[in-house]
Structure formats: C-alpha cells, structure tokens
Design a protein around this ligand. Structure first.
Ligand code: PMP
Length: 286
C-alpha cells in the first residue's frame, strides 16, 4: 500500500497526490519514468537507474527536476515514509504544466516530479519463479525510440492484456523482420543448447534494461558466455531455457512461448541460478 507520494516538492497523502489537468505527461505522454526495486530497504542499482533517467531526459530535452543528490534524497525519503522493505519505487518526470499545445512549452517551464513507493510480495515472486511463467508473442507496434523510457506505454498495456487473456504473464514483442525485440515490460533472453546466453543488442528498438546490464555483469562473474544478438520466436521455442529480466521480476524463468514448452517445461537451471545470486552482485543503496 502506498501511503505517501512525493509530488512537486511535497509529500502528500495518497488520496491528495494530484498533478494538474494540463500536465504534459497526462496530455501527451511527454514524460519519462523509472522503476527501481527496493530490496531490504535499499534501492537496487540506483546509480544505473539515475543514469538512464538522465539519458531519457536528455534525449527528449526535458529539464531535470533537481540535481542528482536532491533526487536521491527524495527517493530515499519516499521509501522511508512508506516504510517499504521490499517492493518498488516509481518516479516520473514530465515536461510540466502548460496550456495544451503540441509545441513545446516555454523554456524554463518547471518539470513535474512524482515519486512513490509500494510494498511488494517477495514470496509471490519466489513462487512464480519456482513455477516459471508463460509468454506469448505479439507484433511490436511501438515507436522508433524504445530506448527512451517514456510513459507512452499503450502498446505495452495492450500487449500485456493480450498475454493475460491468453493465460500468459508476459508478451514478447516481435519486430517486422520477425525478431524478438523485448518483453512488454522486460528484456527477453534465451539459453542456447550449448549454454550461451542470448539477448538482443541495444539500439533504438529496445530499452537498455538495468537488470539486463547487471545480469551481463553476473555472466562475466560466473564465466558464462553472452551473445548480444536478435533471435526469432522459433529459435526461442527450441532453446534450452528462456527468461526475462526487469527490476520488478529480477530474473524470471519462462517455461512456455505461445504454448510451446521450453526445454523440459520447467524453469531452467541457469535462470534460477542467476535469480538466486542476483542480489549478492547487484548494488543495493540504503
Ligand atoms: N523493456 C521494457 C519495455 C520495460 O518496460 C522494462 C521495465 N521497465 C524493461 C525492458 C526492463 O528494464 P529494467 O531492467 O531496467 O527494469
């Protein structure tokens, strides 16, 4: 339960946490966001999330709402006031409030910043990981700059809904050339028959996941081989293992794709191992 939300300089009760009707985030999706895992009261990979936020803001020319030290303080304080030990922190920065116009608002318009923290249920995720999740594939209908973490998430919302209706937890998005770009809210991975870990290389088509980055560090640490390249749903269906990565899921084994069982239909051992050691290698900032 979120009790306190930071909105533009004030910590408000949840029921009073509003932004303006002419906020550009609301009207145009003219906004970027971050989701960080809260683990044992600390923020997982906070520096990487902040780097990505800075990049997203820079690519869109949205004014940073405050300096990095002040922002870290807002994040910490939001976690503290909500007494979250394990869960998620969400923050969003929009281009601010201005009379609705496609043209950018005047230079100097203050950005909007909101930050909230919510308790999670680690036992539920642990249980899900023991069973693994089903994934379906859907066409990737998103725009050309999916490397920027914007709030324009309608294609992801629709993909997730299609997945849910098919009894799956995640949708893998497939580009016009027939390759998987990523999940609707995660990065997509497979393990080949000879044990190489494959995930798509970075570019404008997918989000540079923070968890993806940290898993790459873990692979080096564990002596596992990484291959950054695109793969098709057909290759994935024949893979030894498949999994997704995201701040919400860390590493989550995938046991079926479009109804085809992956490997022996149970969570893969590499995915489960990566999940087990993830927090011992990721940085956790209190
Ligand atoms: N791709 C997309 C489209 C996402 O929405 C997310 C989750 N925000 C990810 C990948 C995973 O990124 P991260 O590991 O930083 O949560």
């Amino acid at each position: 339960m979120t009790r306190i939300v930071y909105v533009n300089g004030r910590y408000r009760q949840y029921r009073d946490a509003f932004v303006h009707a002419e906020d550009r985030g609301f009207q145009f999706g003219d906004a970027v966001y971050e989701v960080c895992e809260i683990y044992n009261g600390g923020l997982v990979d906070q520096a990487r999330h902040m780097e990505r936020l800075t990049r997203s803001l820079g690519e869109l020319g949205i004014r940073p709402p405050m300096g990095p030290a002040a922002l870290r303080q807002v994040m910490r304080e939001t976690v503290r006031r909500n007494r979250v030990v394990n869960g998620l922190l969400y923050l969003q920065v929009t281009r601010g409030v201005a009379p609705r116009d496609f043209a950018m608002p005047p230079h100097g318009t203050p950005s909007t910043l909101i930050c909230l923290a919510r308790r999670g249920d680690p036992a539920r995720f642990a249980d899900q990981a023991q069973h693994g999740i089903a994934v379906i594939t859907v066409p990737d209908i998103r725009w050309g700059r999916c490397d920027i973490k914007t709030t324009m998430l309608l294609p992801a919302v629709l993909a997730k809904d299609t997945a849910r209706k098919a009894g799956a937890k995640e949708a893998w998005l497939v580009d016009r050339d027939g390759f998987v770009t990523e999940g609707s809210a995660s990065n997509a991975w497979i393990v080949t028959a000879d044990g190489r870990l494959v995930t798509r290389g970075l570019g404008h088509q997918l989000l540079p996941g923070v968890t993806r980055r940290t898993v790459i560090d873990i692979l080096a640490h564990e002596g596992l081989v990484l291959e950054e390249r695109a793969f098709t749903p057909e290759e994935a269906k024949c893979a030894r293992e498949a999994f997704i990565t995201s701040a919400t899921n860390t590493v989550m084994p995938v046991i079926s794709i479009d109804g085809t069982a992956i490997g022996n239909g149970a969570p893969g051992s590499i995915a489960l191992h990566l999940r087990t050691i993830f927090h011992s290698i990721a940085s956790v900032t209190k």
